[in-house]
Design a protein around this ligand. Sequence first.
Ligand code: AMP
Ligand code: MG
Length: 419
Amino acid sequence: MTSAPGAPRKPLLPLDDALAQLLAAVSPLTATEQVSTFDADGRVLAANVVSELQVPAFDNSAMDGYAVRAEDLMFGSNELRVTQRIAAGAVGEQLQAGTAGRIFTGAPVPPGADAVVMQEDCTRIHDERDGEPETIRVNTTPLPGQHIRHAGEDVQRGDCVLPAGTRLSPAELGLAASIGMAQLKVVRKPRVALFSTGDELVMPGTVAPQDMPPGAIYNSNRFFLLNLLRRMGCEVADLGIVPDNREATIAALQRAAADNDVILTSGGVSVGEEDHIKPAVQSLGTLDLWQIAIKPGKPFAHGRIGAAHFIGLPGNPVSSFVTFLVLVRPFLMRLQGVQESAMKSIAVRADFDWPKADKRREFLRVRHNANGGLDLFSNQSSGVLTSAVWGDGLVDVAPGEPILYGQAVRFIPFQGLLA
Ligand code: AMP
Ligand code: MG
């Protein structure tokens, strides 16, 4: 049910307005903790990470080959005596005119050398013998600086390599490690209580598929919401399924509000007689029930119970999934101090028609085809979770704007949203 009989219809709220209101209600968490850089994936930095050294720390070879003086090879003989050997981790000596240093990737370029010639461009004339060093012929004219990775070309001393508010992913952890950071100061994890509402819900594993009573369905939302929250760096208190009655809903909300930053629920946010979220939250705190102009996912609720935020998602699985991505995800990012949380879309060609655009902004489940265009999943119903699995992202369709075959559309990859 979308509205109680006779209730006046409120105009639908544009998604951007809903998001702006939701984000405006967030006070970022201020508590921080030190974690091992190993364990910081998905967390948000609470302080700038500033480098106390330059990276690379020294000029080093980008190749296995020979360190040379480019000048030696511009004129005259292209034969050089190999007078030193510098492996990664070793240090060379001053390179004299007419000589080369055998060098390996990552080894410091010896003083006096200004280029590296790759070994494929050299011929060994003779090996070391009778006290005479190995001699090579260089079959190329090196340019000064070639195949040298210069000190500081990646990071300068004093550079802020990662600003506070950065959400860490494996690349950031590597960069932090490259300047010697074994620990990082991150925002503490948001604590989120999660429950699903619905008398029809059955947990997988408790009733076999062939024994499911009429009208019953398995609780699927709980599985993706729990894991979406974990991916967002949250500590989740999973409160299971709450039956469709006022008392049970109030009791669950009270429990959840006691020691969580956020209470996230699915289902029961419409205004039918079996939707108990609204009156239950209102009896304990405040609630805004929004009808958002998006499809899937029209009903959405935000409120407060004590210090905790309440967020109510619709029950339909795809609605729940999409509203999490477009609203809850930026909310949780902001809660952890990430400033830039907007979804990033890219222009991709639609290899489908969407002739009847809805009045609401739509998020279609699509996937890339072998020709670089997007195919549309055949069933865009908000209950068909297969669409989210088949798809590799969403097309963001403006209200009332049909899509013509071949047109460029705004594609939002799931990869960017689920990371
Ligand atoms: P509601 O928002 O409670 O009116 O639910 C809308 C639809 O979503 C109904 O068909 C519900 O059975 C379904 N639904 C609600 N919660 C879940 C859930 N946790 N898992 C799967 N389907 C659900
Ligand atoms: Mg329900």
